[in-house]
Ligand binder design. Structure first.
Ligand SMILES: [Mn+2]
Length: 324
């Protein structure tokens, strides 16, 4: 029996035995952590299980199209209830799951199941369903359900497909795999509402996010020698047009995908405390090495760094100046 089969069977046994179940999304709720936790929630509701869904942070409005999303609470009083089974989704550690501060309140004999696909995972559960070859945590869950011949209904399929489309940027980034695309096909056949997912989760941007993107686009500076383009956000921009970090990360991903003749994108953002954050994306270079030069790190194609200083704009060019 493979390790995967064994873990899938042990997890299913624990779920079947459980009386009160707590489902937890990552503290940075996104299309995959909410997609996977809500797929599990929808199945358990269908099974008439007693289930509570918790996310330490508010659910982004972009995910409001998911079924039964209103079940999620960020009220930590859920940890006062005697849950005998806790499951975390898309979180690499107990603190990322928002579990660390409350773990001592769980009943001594509780079972903890971890569903994840991150290479960096503390394996903090009793059963760790961590499969790094999956493009998303929802893909792990898809294999879990199909292994146990659980019928994936339209609600579950919409949640599961959300995670795959979100983590692969609609099959456009390097996380895309044949198995992920095959799972997505099966989920479409099961009734996943892909137009809801694309419109709300992938394509729609708030008006203020678009205004901020407009600023970034108008300031785009290209260095043909280095096949590099950069742009920047000043603190005064971010005060005027308040935006989430996700919207700003979105700018670098977008430019990386569409900027002609450019290999590497750098987005500089002034932080409120005299620091500057750089976010780098590349088509072919290993930008994690570049980020390391500035004390940062990340993946080969997507990396970042933070340095002390402020941005100074001269002749439409941005310089990082020391504030020491
Ligand atoms: Mn994920």
């Amino acid at each position: 029996m493979s390790t995967q089969t064994m873990l899938f069977d042990q997890a299913m046994h624990a779920i079947r035995q459980a009386k009160r179940i707590l489902v937890m999304a990552d503290m940075a709720p996104d299309g995959d952590s909410i997609g996977s936790s809500s797929a599990m929630l929808n199945w358990l509701l269908r099974e008439d299980k007693q289930v509570t869904a918790y996310c330490g942070e508010p659910i982004p409005y972009t995910l409001k199209y998911l079924d039964n999303i209103h079940h999620f609470t960020n009220d930590a009083r859920v940890f006062d209830e005697p849950h005998d089974l806790v499951m975390t989704f898309d979180a690499g550690s107990a603190s990322r799951a928002g579990l660390a501060p409350h773990q001592h309140r769980l009943p001594a004999d509780h079972t903890l199941i971890v569903f994840d696909h991150h290479a960096v995972n503390d394996r903090f559960g009793h059963f760790n369903l961590v499969f790094t070859d999956a493009c998303s945590t929802t893909e792990v869950l898809y294999h879990f359900f199909t292994h146990h011949r659980v019928v994936i209904d339209e609600r579950m399929a919409t949640s599961l497909l959300s995670g795959i489309l979100f983590d692969t940027s609609s099959f456009s980034n390097s996380a895309t795999t044949v198995k992920g695309v095959e799972a997505a096909g099966a989920l479409l056949a099961a009734g996943a509402r892909q137009t809801d997912i694309l419109r709300h989760l992938i394509q729609n941007k708030s008006v203020s996010a678009l205004r901020l993107w407009g600023l970034a686009l108008s300031r785009l500076t290209v260095s043909p020698t280095f096949h590099l383009a950069y742009t920047y956000f000043l603190q005064e921009d971010l005060k005027r047009i308040p935006q989430s970090d996700e919207a700003i990360e979105g700018v670098s991903n977008f430019l990386n995908a569409v900027c002609e003749g450019v290999d590497t994108i750098l987005v500089l953002k002034e932080l409120p405390d005299n620091r500057v954050r750089g976010s780098i994306r590349s088509v072919s270079r290993d930008v994690s090495k570049l980020a390391k030069l500035f004390g940062g790190g990340g993946h080969k194609k997507a990396a970042g760094f933070t340095v002390k200083g402020k941005l100074k704009i001269e002749n439409h060019q941005a310089h990082i100046v020391s504030t020491l």
